[in-house]
Design a protein around this ligand. Sequence first.
Ligand code: 13P
Length: 257
Amino acid sequence: MTMRKPAIAGNWKMYKTLAETRAFAEAFPADAKNSTDPEVILCPPFTVLNALAEAFKGTAVQVGGQDTFWQDEGAYTGEVSPVMLKDAGASHVIIGHSERRQFFGETDGSVNRKVQAALQWQLVPIICVGEKLEEREAGLTDNVVIVQVQRALLNVAPELVSGVLFAYEPVWAIGTGKTCASDEANRVCGLIRETIAKMATPEAAAAVRVLYGGSVKPETIAEQMAQPEIDGALVGGASLDPSSFAKIVGYRTAAAH
Ligand code: 13P
């Protein structure tokens, strides 16, 4: 039995100004701020990333970007590099979120380059995979998820794989209030782990943490975390409010209900 430490990550998407970011940090309760089990990671917009890192300095809260380019620097207008993310205080970076795949031309190929760049700079990638509604309805869920995982990890050294985080985010469950049934989310998270075992090593697969994302709320988290293959959550909407995100972080206590 491997012990995987749970992780709760918040994805703020395109929300929060500097003032709102500082207000969140002020209001986030001390026990959530100091939580190391689960680990807590917040991924704000680039413009407030450093302010968030400063506001949470001396706490256990870790900070991540929502995307990265794969080059260190250069003439790439509008892009941010892994080096810059680290410099601003990030330890993690979300890669391949479905909104980037849908609206900004992210492909499995660019995801792979970004994963390699993040690992090169010791940023922990949070690699997002998940099927669209029409793919689920056509019975393609497993195929889509397996291929996304395989392509994300192409040519990644097996010894680096154990450190990455995966997030299974069924696209139809994002921002819709339609949570994926916990047993089905558990099944697909297990499939992600099996795919990693075949690509890297069984040890790496046993160590990788697989998060679930898609309409996670304080009311749903306990049941999700009770699933053996689900090691945490990637939370969108409910991470914007300090008290609801703290309830999700504190999922082991009755206060989460
Ligand atoms: P919601 O929690 O708002 O459904 O968003 C999920 C998500 O996309 C996290 O990355």
